[in-house]
Design a binder for this molecule. Structure first.
Ligand SMILES: Cc1cc2nc3c(=O)[nH]c(=O)nc-3n(C[C@H](O)[C@H](O)[C@H](O)COP(=O)(O)O)c2cc1C
Length: 393
């Protein structure tokens, strides 16, 4: 069954199409899902809670104090749900969702959740076409909410036009597709780009990393449905679903990484091992002669993540010029699950190119050289491999 073991929270709001929600709940259960229902107050005027409780075998949540079992239903439900679907979604609920107005338990649950959200609007054509509704829908789409429909056809009261709630079968299909995104529900951290270690206000010690490899990995993870955070020094545009933290120095990168607790961490950034011990507050001038540049070590970000008590599946990167032996030794020393080594002395491989030739090294000593290919393809193959490793973990 396509939704076996999946936990779907169904939100029902106050529209005529609420009668179809009962059928949608049944279809979800038939597809193997565990379904719970939240209804707005207006929703309960269109469809009885007893109907939904009967279909799902679960109490229906209608306010912040449902039953004795939970003191915080919105956060409990938010944590429980693999996906939230709101069908039908009224103009009022769409407006509240668009601005995050959590004054009912349904919108509060959505704002407390990191799960994918599917919304099936249902309303009269004029309400659908009303500029604010269109603006709110555009905002929700921008925020990553999946909007299904509305369809065109017969509406309540004998009208015909667009605004009809999409059929439950279509909504179930969208839910199946959304949840079968292979990294759905997985949180991912990617570091990317080369750090810059200031010498004075205008100069820095840097490296040639462009961030292209890390960004390709992050975009691929987002396309596979992961919740992605990127800590990057590069200014390249990323998939809009990705949370981006821009940094410059290794210390800033370490601090940003420390705020994220992902399931998978892919550390593709080229982090400076050392930084100037003293940063001059004024620009150094030629007439003072060559500066005495004393260096001190930067934090070892990869090692810090590897030593976390709750450790993510960890992929490190090693740029080596010449032998890959040192990379193999690094895989063991840094305690990574996989190490992606690239020989940057090869033409078409390494920094600022669109292609890469990498060797995948496992801590057990096995290594697999991959052919030269676009970085986007390296990213895709890398995620295929990580997914296989995660499934056998
Ligand atoms: C008979 C009737 C039918 C309604 N149908 C819809 C509808 O299909 N879509 C809609 O957006 N609002 C509809 N409304 C208005 C909503 O019920 C109203 O905006 C309510 O405040 C929505 O609250 P909720 O979004 O919290 O459920 C209808 C109202 C009535 C009285």
């Amino acid at each position: 069954m396509p939704l076996s073991g999946r936990r779907i929270l169904l939100g029902v709001t106050g529209g005529i199409a609420a009668y179809k929600s009962a059928y949608l709940a049944r279809r979800l259960i038939e597809a193997g899902a565990d379904v719970r229902v939240v209804m707005t107050r207006a929703g309960t005027e269109f469809l009885g809670t007893a109907t939904m409780a009967g279909i799902t075998g679960q109490p229906v949540t209608t306010d912040f104090s449902v039953d004795g079992s939970s003191v915080s239903p919105h956060t409990d439900l938010a944590r429980w749900a693999d996906l939230i679907v709101i069908a039908p979604a009224t103009t009022a609920t769409i407006a509240r969702l668009a601005v995050g107005l959590s004054d009912d338990v349904l919108v509060a649950t959505v704002t407390a959740s990191t799960a994918p959200i599917v919304v099936a609007p249902a309303m009269h054509t004029e309400m659908w076409e009303y500029p604010a509704t269109q603006r709110n829908i555009a905002r929700l789409t921008e925020d990553g909410v999946i909007v299904v429909g509305p369809a065109s056809g017969d509406l309540a009261g004998g009208d015909v036009g667009s605004g009809r709630m999409e059929e439950p079968e279509v909504i179930v299909e969208v839910i199946v597709t959304t949840l079968s995104s292979s990294l759905s529900g997985v949180s991912v951290l990617v570091t990317a780009g080369g750090t810059r270690e200031p010498i004075d206000p205008v100069r820095y010690i840097g490296n040639r990393s462009s961030g292209k490899m890390g960004h390709a990995i992050a975009n691929e993870a987002a396309a596979r449905g992961a919740k992605v955070t990127v800590v990057t020094t590069a200014g390249v545009e990323l998939d809009r679903r990705i949370e981006v933290i821009r940094v410059e120095t290794a210390q800033q990168m370490a601090d940003a990484v420390a705020t994220v607790a992902p399931d998978v961490a892919i550390m593709a950034a080229a982090v400076a091992d050392f930084r100037p011990a003293q940063v001059s507050s004024g620009k150094l001038v030629r007439t003072d002669g060559p500066p005495d540049l004393e260096l001190e070590p930067n934090p070892d970000i990869l090692m810090t993540v590897s030593q976390r008590r709750v450790r993510p599946f960890l992929v490190g990167f090693a740029a080596e010029s010449g032998s890959l032996e040192r990379a193999a030794e690094k895989a063991v020393r840094k305690g990574v699950d996989l190490l992606v080594a690239n020989d940057i002395s090869q033409p078409g491989s390494g920094f600022a190119t669109d292609t890469n030739q990498v060797t995948i090294i496992s801590p057990d000593g096995t290594s697999e050289p991959w052919p030269m290919m676009p970085k986007t393809e390296v990213a895709s193959r890398l995620w295929d491999l990580v997914e296989r490793r995660l499934s056998t973990r």
